[in-house]
Design a protein around this ligand. Structure first.
Ligand SMILES: Cc1cc2nc3c(=O)[nH]c(=O)nc-3n(C[C@H](O)[C@H](O)[C@H](O)COP(=O)(O)OP(=O)(O)OC[C@H]3O[C@@H](n4cnc5c(N)ncnc54)[C@H](O)[C@@H]3O)c2cc1C
Length: 338
């Protein structure tokens, strides 16, 4: 079951060539538990893997890479909606489309986000004004230290913007095994994002005739038109989080750059990181086979299948330029390993 010295290039959408000292693809809870026992005896660090669409491998991994591949997807109709039980190895987009086909809304804005269910709570995936937390009920995770199963409620997960307890207090302590979501029977569309409004206007789509399927298809169209498909151009999606800044910095930036794209975020402002990077002149930049996508400056691409350090160097150069030009700190969204 456990293999040694395994190439991780097929397991990350950046197609970075790096090797894992040990690798295991677990498709049952027992296999997962055995893999963790193996790692415990050898005192190896764990790299949990789903679809590999939100990681950057900066070098070889000195421990055990575990592909969490349990399958199972169940839809339980309720009086007031539907409950979805999804195992960690199921594909996120397919879950969204199954729920839409069944006529339930709530996940349609999250269509076409790559990756598996197990990783979705890690950064509380979000798009077009909707986040996983909006429909999340609970998850089951295996504690890496003991192999015990633990349940986390939405409150336990401490979800935030591209954030959860699994990036902070519970970082590297659990493998997520399954997730439970609940979608309401009465659907409330979330279509205030300008890109969605523009799409409906361009296609003559009346806003009072929307269905979850119509919104999902709009999201798919928009994403296909501006985001590179990782199968064609290796990438890890948005490379930086949209920085959240206080009112004084926002006002100063808006005065010096009237075109600044920003959204209210509680008492603060969330700036469009892609706009900052674009304004700084990085869009379309390529060096040594690594670059910035020519349609979406927030996405770093690796068409040359270069090593992780090239990607990290470019990310550092961009972040330091944005700091210099705008006084704004950019934080990477994907997780770097090791
Ligand atoms: C083209 C593109 C577009 C994207 N668009 C969006 C977007 O709109 N919104 C958004 O939020 N994200 C987006 N992403 C990022 C990515 O799709 C999500 O973060 C997704 O949830 C990652 O899933 P994955 O299975 O590929 O995770 P992986 O990359 O395999 O893992 C991501 C992190 O989770 C950990 N992990 C994985 N599985 C488990 C598990 N079972 N238990 C514990 N830890 C685990 C990994 O160790 C790693 O730290 C995009 C990525 C790409 C390439």
């Amino acid at each position: 079951m456990i293999q040694s010295d395994v190439d991780l290039q097929p397991f990350n959408t950046m197609t970075i060539a790096a090797r894992a000292r040990y690798f295991c693809a677990a498709t049952t809870l027992d296999e997962l538990r055995e893999a963790l026992e193996f790692a415990r005896t050898k005192q190896l660090p764990i790299l949990p893997l789903g679809g590999g669409s939100n990681i950057v491998l900066t070098g070889d991994f000195p421990g055990l890479a575990v592909h969490v591949g349990m399958h199972g997807l169940e839809f339980d109709p309720l009086d007031d909606g539907i409950r979805i039980h999804a195992a960690a190895g199921e594909n996120w987009h397919q879950l969204v489309m199954r729920s839409v086909e069944l006529g339930y809304g709530g996940l349609e804005n999250l269509a076409l986000i790559p990756g598996n269910i197990g990783a979705a709570p890690i950064q509380n995936i979000g798009a077009y004004g909707v986040e996983l937390k909006d429909t999340f009920e609970q998850l089951t995770a295996m504690e890496i230290a003991s192999g015990d199963l633990v349940t986390f409620s939405a409150e336990d997960c401490q979800f935030g913007y591209r954030d959860s307890i699994f990036k902070r207090g519970a970082k590297d302590r659990y493998l997520i095994c399954d997730v439970v979501l609940k979608l309401p029977r009465i659907w409330q569309p979330h279509v205030s994002y300008p890109a969605l409004q523009q799409h409906f206007a361009d296609h003559g789509q009346p806003l009072d005739e929307l269905t979850p399927a119509v919104v999902a298809n709009a999201v798919i169209d928009i994403r296909n038109s501006k985001l590179p498909n990782p199968v064609e151009i290796p990438n890890a999606g948005s490379f930086f989080k949209n920085p959240v800044v206080d009112e004084p910095l926002y006002t100063a930036l808006k005065t010096s750059h009237p075109g600044l794209v920003a959204f209210e975020f509680g008492t603060q402002w969330k700036l469009a990181a892609g706009w900052l990077i674009d304004q700084a002149g990085w869009r379309g930049y390529v060096k040594n086979g690594v670059g910035v996508h020519d349609r979406q400056a927030l996405v770093l691409v690796n068409p040359g299948h270069r090593c992780g350090s090239e990607v990290v160097n470019l990310a550092r150069e961009i972040a330091s330029d944005i700091q210099k030009k705008f006084g704004v700190t950019l934080e990477p969204e994907p997780r770097f390993y090791p």
